[in-house]
Design a protein. Structure first.
Length: 179
């Protein structure tokens, strides 16, 4: 029922991302392309990972959900963790245990690898998801507020960076110098 994503899953993942964006009342925000996802998930240095929930019907397996995640790091625990960027199950497959199975697999990955935390965000108005997460024992982090820079404010702050020694001044080269 749950497996790691493969390159052939990219079109289905992108379709579900668009469904999720529509559900979250922001369809115009889903701008990712298949090529971007393919590179991020399966390129030379994958930055994110995905799990697929599938149902078997008529002898063929069909993706009905996905979890896209990446490693984060806690300076307090000194260990990595998992940050769940998106979890989505198609409406017709909800209630079939796919969401819980995806979360359980990510929890297993955390435990197996010695990661201290498994975190994600949920929209304040998404009561079904909030109730579901609470039933699993997930605690709200009420004292923490997510902040985001994007678009023009991101570019404005980036323009203020003093930079690091680099001959070309490109961010990717400067970043690789410091890593």
């Amino acid at each position: 029922m749950i497996r790691s994503a493969k390159p052939s899953d990219v079109p289905a993942i992108l379709a579900m991302i668009r469904e999720l964006a529509a559900y979250e009342r922001a369809p115009q925000e889903a701008k990712a392309t298949e090529e971007q996802l393919r590179t991020a998930l399966f390129g030379e240095h994958p930055a994110v990972f995905a799990l697929i929930a599938e149902e078997v019907g008529d002898g063929a397996a069909e993706p009905v959900g996905f979890a896209l995640w990446f490693r984060n790091f806690s300076t307090w625990t000194g260990t990595h963790g998992v940050y769940l960027e998106d979890l989505y199950v198609t409406p017709r497959a909800r209630g079939g245990g796919h969401g819980k199975a995806l979360l359980a697999e990510l929890a297993r990955i955390c435990v197996e690898r010695g990661y201290a935390r498994f975190e994600w965000s949920v929209l304040d108005w998404n009561e079904p998801a909030i109730g579901f997460y609470a039933s699993l024992g997930a605690e709200p982090m009420d004292e923490w507020t997510v902040r985001r820079l994007s678009g023009e404010p991101l570019r404005a702050l980036a323009a203020q960076a003093p930079g690091i020694a680099s001959t070309s001044g490109s961010l990717s080269e400067a970043t690789s110098l410091s890593n």
